[in-house]
Design a protein. Structure first.
Length: 401
């Protein structure tokens, strides 16, 4: 029985231009012609109007994002050697970023590292693969083989985007499944700049922890000495623990989730041998952040506002900008003279410039004099190579009265 011919696509003129410019996504509506039906994970080649090779990528007939581009330009052979080289390039990018005090970080950041629709995070001896498209299912054995060669003895856990869990089940896969090694049996303990944290790699948010805020946590640590700190939307206490190590007098971890706050308490206990952490008074408060900020009379010297995404789709963008402005306004009411406000956003549909301006405008409306300390974007292990991959931003401002 003869093999099927290579899956060939032709696309619209605007899509050709976007691909040549390096954009890694091809949407269903941009496909003008294809020679046959394709299967999830199949390599499909895009040809231009002159019938020349333009790009090759992972095809997914079940997604509006029809092709995730692997390569644009001259023809290449995408085989094990090609994947091996691409993986080593991603690993080399991180080789000089972390010392022996950090064994939790992102190793592969999806499209920005040439692995579209897949991220790979490390937590000590556990690797977590988060997959966003069924196109990766046929390629997991190859990828796991490459990882086992480079990380012998490591555990590998699979996490799935919710929209592909049904297709994963048909492929014999499930969210939280251990693909290599023994099942975790509980949270994985890892180190970040010498601090110990839990990561729930099986059921936790993202891949088990919010690794992307590491650099901002370090900045908060450097600002916390002698201050009373409020960490709103604290989750498992990342900012709280860094503030404590930085010499904060007291830290309040505020979150609506009792489960998250219990994790914060355990993370503090994991670091009880650190004298600064042990000396800091840590309090957990379970409440809706928006309500608590308007009702409490407590005052703080450093307020961190790091909410979950407030705009999960473009239609929610304007409402999210208003919500960020309200949060800043309410946070400022809790801030003592000379206090510092750290406001962060992980909403990809809210641009950095409009987010920063919303925060600045809210501070200006308060009538309080302030100076802007800095803005920040993605951490180096979470670098973004195209606009849609950019989501994280934070702004640090200090009141002058």
């Amino acid at each position: 029985m003869s093999a099927s011919p290579r899956l060939r696509l032709r696309v619209s003129a605007p899509a050709e231009s976007h691909l040549r410019a390096g954009h890694p996504w091809l949407y269903e509506g941009s496909v003008r012609e294809q020679n046959r039906e394709g299967e999830a994970g199949e390599l499909a080649v895009v040809y231009d109007r002159r019938d020349r090779f333009l790009a090759i990528g992972l095809y997914d007939p079940h997604s509006p994002l029809r092709l995730r581009v692997l390569h644009v330009g001259l023809p290449v052979t995408v085989d094990e050697t090609w994947w091996s080289t691409r993986l080593d390039t991603a690993l080399l990018r991180r080789a000089s970023l972390f010392g022996p005090d950090t064994d939790g970080y992102r190793m592969v950041n999806g499209e920005s590292d040439g692995f579209p629709g897949l991220v790979l995070d490390r937590y000590a001896d556990t690797l977590v693969l988060k997959v966003y498209t069924a196109a990766w299912f046929p390629h997991l054995p190859l990828l796991l083989g490459l990882l086992e060669t480079r990380f012998p003895g490591f555990r590998a856990v699979l996490r799935l985007s919710r929209n592909i869990e049904g297709r994963a089940e048909a492929a014999g896969l499930r969210d939280g499944q251990t693909l290599v090694g023994e099942e975790p049996g509980g949270p994985v303990i890892f180190c970040e700049t010498g601090l110990r944290f839990e990561a729930d790699v099986v059921r936790g948010q993202k891949t088990g922890f919010f690794l992307d805020q590491r650099e901002n946590r370090r900045r908060v640590e450097g600002l916390a000495k002698g201050r009373r700190v409020l960490n709103a939307f604290s989750f498992s206490g990342g900012f709280s623990l860094y503030a404590a190590r930085g010499g904060a007098k007291e830290v309040v971890s505020l979150d609506i989730s009792a489960h998250a706050l219990a994790g914060a308490a355990r993370n503090f206990a994991l670091n009880g041998d650190d004298l600064q952490v042990a000396a800091c008074l840590h309090e957990t408060v379970q409440a809706d952040v928006f309500e608590w900020l308007t009702q409490t009379k407590r005052s703080f010297d450093l307020v961190v506002l790091d909410p979950p995404s407030l705009a999960r789709r473009e239609a929610e963008r304007e409402g999210a900008i208003r919500a960020y402005a309200k949060l800043v306004n309410d946070g400022l009411r809790r801030l003592a003279p000379g206090g510092i406000l750290v406001s962060a956003s992980c909403s990809a549909h809210v641009g950095a410039d409009e987010f920063f301006e919303a925060v600045r405008a809210s501070v200006r409306r308060s009538g309080r004099r302030f100076r802007e300390l800095r803005t920040s974007r993605h951490a180096p292990d979470h670098h973004a190579s195209f606009p849609e991959a950019e989501y994280l931003k934070a702004i640090f401002v200090q009141l002058e009265d």
